[in-house]
Design a protein around this ligand. Structure first.
Ligand code: PMT
Length: 223
């Protein structure tokens, strides 16, 4: 039998947005379509990996060869990621997780009593940071969605979250970021080495990223 490059590797991938409820009919969210994360899940599976995809709400068909778990809020995503983390070799966090959620969730639909509505928000748990702090043998790959000072912020996140790789995209550039079938990314590693990729399909970005991961996994004892 032909051995595929990611045979025997457990990869956990997060994709899509989260939804943070305000009341039973409203939520805060963002523009993530899930395309980037689903592309990584499909490619990883083709390369032989055992893939668990933890997905926020999207309109995409989950790949049949991956185990997909659907979540809505950042807290639910956190819970699922933590459950699977110990048995995972590689985590790729392409999801756009909400940084804040409404502090109080109204049990009934909010009425329009006031002209100006103030909603108090609190921080969600930074899932990736938590993973970085509890890293035992895992390879951790984050994404950085930036609108300015891309390299500076990406490198800060790489260090602060104890990552092995970070994939930076400037989400204000045409053809990159949210919703598109293409992306323009730079992949940074721990030693500040970087690979700048031109505009390509999200599938091709996924493939380049997984090639990099395959390379890093050489010499790592999988358990
Ligand atoms: O889904 P698409 O439409 O295809 O769009 C792709 C994308 C733009 C969403 C994707 O390429 C991307 O950049 N994903 C990361 C989006 C993001 O939330 O980036 P950030 O810079 O805010 O967060 C940095 C990292 O921390 C991310 O890996 C994120 O998953 C993680 N994070 C953030 C907040 C939080 N509470 N927990 C986290 O784990």
């Amino acid at each position: 039998d032909r051995v595929l490059p990611l045979d025997g590797v457990n990869i956990l991938i997060t994709a899509g947005p989260t939804r943070e409820p305000v009341d039973p009919v409203r939520y805060f969210s963002n523009h993530s379509s899930g395309k980037m994360g689903y592309a990584i899940a499909e490619e990883a599976s083709l390369l032989g990996a055992k893939v668990t995809l933890i997905s926020g709400p999207t309109n995409l068909q989950p790949p049949q060869t991956v185990q997909t778990i659907f979540v809505e809020s950042a807290q639910q995503m956190y819970d699922e990621v933590m459950t699977h983390y110990p048995a995972t070799n590689v985590v790729i966090k392409s999801a756009a997780v909400a940084d804040y959620r409404p502090k109080k969730v109204s049990a009934t639909k909010m009425k329009k009593h006031v002209d100006t509505l103030n909603i108090e928000m609190e921080r969600t748990t930074d899932i990736l940071k938590e993973l970085g702090q509890n890293k035992t043998h895992q390879l951790l790959v984050g994404f950085a969605a930036e609108t300015n000072s891309v390299e500076e912020y990406a490198l800060k996140k790489l260090k602060a979250k104890n990552l092995d790789l970070i994939v930076a995209n400037n989400v204000t550039t045409e053809g990159a970021g949210f919703g598109t079938d293409t992306n323009i990314v730079t992949i940074y590693d721990r030693n500040e080495g970087k690979v700048e990729l031109p505009l390509m399909s999200k599938r091709e970005v996924a493939r380049k990223l997984l090639d990099r991961i395959t390379h890093l996994l050489k010499g790592v004892n999988l358990k």
